[in-house]
Design a protein around this ligand. Structure first.
Ligand SMILES: NC(=O)c1ccc[n+]([C@@H]2O[C@H](COP(=O)([O-])OP(=O)(O)OC[C@H]3O[C@@H](n4cnc5c(N)ncnc54)[C@H](OP(=O)(O)O)[C@@H]3O)[C@@H](O)[C@H]2O)c1
Length: 287
């Protein structure tokens, strides 16, 4: 059994490396002057994406709720080399703000080449105790606003041969304890944008969709939740951000970051009971 497992893991690794080596190469200059909207860009991975796009000389619109923080991020983007860095405060839990943000970006940038949907609303890291209202609200922020913004930007992306970049999570492919509301919203994203990718391809659309599956990343909000609870390694937000940007720029349908999240994802279907055991034992919990 152990030998079989080793052979399977080796085969998966070889297949993974083969895919990596044949991936299209990234042309940094393709991002110079690119018109980009990044959501959830006041902090965390979104903030790091704003800085990375800035270094490539892109024209950026950033959004989140805290206007004063957005202003500081936009100023830093300009100092790093962004051709433009504009911001608009918006609450993605509102019915109208998602469209307002797209309209702002289309007007200020004259169109969009990249729509990077990244924001998430805060959600507790705890056993689910029946708070249905929280899930309803989180779905609005983490899922419905993504759908609404993608639809509103689609014509412009079609004209520019642009890309939709969706920041998702390993928890959108593999359920895990303590994050039932969050996991639900990420599964919804994977389902919706996976289906939309098929439909755009069948319609011979110019728009690419990249869904990015991330493992644990060292942002303040994530580390505050898991500190002392798990020993799962956290990866740097700046590197995650760069990998997401490259995935969008090279129009790849999927990113798994760090790389082993791909193998973890496959293992849940191939070895379900071992995977469940590992997941449940990777958290400190006593009832
Ligand atoms: N960090 C990880 O371990 C990890 C792992 C897997 C996947 N991911 C994914 O990576 C993405 C970024 O994660 P992160 O850790 O960087 O998150 P984060 O640090 O918590 O940042 C969340 C961003 O969303 C904004 N936001 C929150 N509520 C909002 C609302 N109602 N309307 C508009 N904006 C709102 C926040 O800014 P304001 O407070 O100013 O609104 C902030 O800019 C998410 O999609 C997440 O699911 C992260």
């Amino acid at each position: 059994m152990r030998t079989l497992t080793k052979i399977l893991l080796a085969s998966i690794s070889v297949a993974f490396l083969a895919v990596k080596w044949t991936a299209p190469s990234f042309d940094a200059e393709s991002l110079t002057g690119a018109r980009v909207l990044v959501t959830g860009a006041s902090t965390g991975i979104g903030e790091q994406m704003a800085y990375q796009y800035a270094r490539f000389g892109a024209q950026i619109v950033i959004t989140a709720r805290r206007e004063n923080v957005l202003q500081q991020v936009a100023e830093k983007c300009l100092s790093l080399g962004a051709q433009k860095a504009l911001y608009i405060a918006a609450d993605m839990g509102s019915k109208s703000d998602p469209e307002k943000v797209i309209n702002f970006a289309l007007e200020k940038l004259g169109g969009l080449d990249y729509l990077v949907l990244n924001h998430i609303g805060p959600s507790p890291f705890s056993m689910w105790e029946g708070d249905v209202e929280h899930i309803r609200w989180l779905m609005k922020v983490n899922f419905f606003s993504y759908v609404q913004m993608a639809w509103k930007a689609l014509d412009s992306l079609e004209q520019s041969k642009g890309s939709l970049v969706i920041v998702s999570s390993l928890l959108g492919k593999m359920p895990s304890p303590f994050v039932a509301p969050y996991t639900s919203t990420k599964f919804a994203l994977n389902g919706f944008f996976g289906a939309l990718r098929h439909e755009l391809s069948m319609k011979k659309s110019n728009v690419s969709i990249s869904v990015c599956t991330l493992g644990l990343i060292d942002t303040d909000s994530a580390m505050d939740k898991v500190r002392g609870v798990t020993n799962v390694p956290a990866y740097p937000a700046a590197d995650a951000a760069l990998n997401i940007i490259i995935t969008g720029a090279t129009r790849q349908p999927e990113l798994f970051y760090p790389w082993f999240t791909h193998i973890v994802n496959l293992s849940k279907d191939w070895f379900p009971s071992i995977t469940s055991h590992i997941i449940q034992n990777s958290y400190k919990y006593s009832p």
